[in-house]
Design a protein around this ligand. Structure first.
Ligand SMILES: [Zn+2]
Length: 357
């Protein structure tokens, strides 16, 4: 089985963003508040909207995508607490509808209703709703709700602990994932995203977060930003700072996805980061949508790169494509494993097309 741990609903029907635009306008002085969504999108529109993802899954040989709301439009730097709760609910409900219509192809991860200066304790309600009521298996956590100005405390600060306590209680991981950049120095997908990945890793390196939360798990996307390329720098910094060796630091708590869009980058990632800490991801349809003229294949077809690494064993590929995802997102197990019926049931069901997701 091949599980893509990183996909966003980038093809969401346009009514969703139209609602958000109106919601933000409604927060202006003198404007009419429009907090809650009343949009009507049919199941057929939802089905139609994810055809690109389904086509890519079939073409590339992936089975299941861990699917979350569009990251760039989370927009935690816009909106207030009430507006962002309703926006997160709307986005998460739309992802849930995709997952309900295509339960073999998509599993949900939620957007949190973060705000600039907001309290993580206020975001756990939506996390609980998504996990307990919508069968979501994780969340995206924005380390910089300000959208490129970095006004929030580091991820190791105790201010984040109420959220971490709930993540541990629910046994779900968080993918560290910023949203749009409102700082024109930082292009969103070309700089802001990768900056955040690198920044989060360095914060984890310098703090004692995992002493307080030994089972807390983070996925750092986009291949870990600059971290694998500068693995030696981080090892040296850890040593100089009397911190644990990196492999010990990350072992049970920090994982990287494979959203790196060329073969040498993927090979480097796999050479320097322990295979147990790497999850397959592509972020399709997402940051880079075109075809690489040097290869004739989509940049974000990251499965090709992994498949093409001659020195990577079949067992290690299975870890990356499936087993590590099961470990990091344990709630996925109940969704993808079909219980093996006892023998008499098997014979009674002979001929039925029972397939695991
Ligand atoms: Zn993403």
């Amino acid at each position: 089985m091949v599980i893509d741990c990183h996909g966003h609903y980038t093809t969401v029907p346009r009514e969703a963003q139209a609602f958000r635009d109106g919601q933000i306008e409604g927060l202006l002085p003198g404007a009419a508040a429009q907090l809650k969504a009343t949009i009507d999108i049919s199941d057929d529109r939802i089905r139609e909207s994810v055809q690109p993802q389904l086509a890519f899954q079939a073409e590339r040989g992936t089975d299941l995508t861990i699917f979350s709301p569009r990251a760039a439009t989370m927009g935690h730097h816009t909106g207030d607490a009430a507006a962002n709760v309703h926006w997160a609910q709307l986005c998460n409900d739309l992802v849930h509808r995709v997952c309900a219509l295509f339960p073999k192809q998509f599993v949900g991860v939620c957007q949190l209703p973060q705000t600039v200066g907001g309290s993580p304790a206020d975001w756990v309600g939506e996390l609980e709703r998504c996990v307990n009521e919508l069968a979501f298996i994780g969340c995206n956590l924005n380390p910089d709700p300000s959208g490129g100005h970095w006004t929030a405390p580091p991820l190791t600060d105790r201010a984040w602990y109420p959220l971490y306590e709930k993540l541990v209680e629910l046994d779900v991981p968080a993918m560290v994932h910023v949203s749009a950049s409102c700082n024109r120095n930082f292009h969103a997908t070309g700089a802001h995203y990768l900056n955040a990945d690198t920044t989060a890793f360095m914060q984890f390196l310098t703090g004692d977060l995992f002493r307080d939360f030994p089972t807390l798990r983070f996925v750092i996307p986009h291949g870990g930003g600059a971290v694998p390329y500068h693995w030696g720098r981080y090892r040296g910094l850890a040593q100089d700072m009397k911190r644990p060796p990196l492999v010990d630091l990350i072992r049970d708590n920090i994982f990287f996805d494979t959203c790196v869009y060329h073969y040498p980058g993927i090979e480097l990632l796999l050479k320097v980061v322990p295979v147990d800490n790497i999850l397959f991801g592509s972020e399709m349809v997402g940051a880079v949508r075109g075809i690489d003229p040097e290869t004739g294949h989509y940049f974000d077809d990251t499965k090709r790169y992994i498949d093409g690494i001659p020195w990577l064993s079949a067992a290690d590929k299975r870890k990356i494509f499936e087993f590590n995802v099961r470990k990091v997102y344990p709630r996925i197990v109940a969704l993808i494993d079909v219980a093996v019926p006892p023998p008499q049931m098997q014979s009674a069901n002979a001929g039925n097309d029972v397939v695991p997701l």
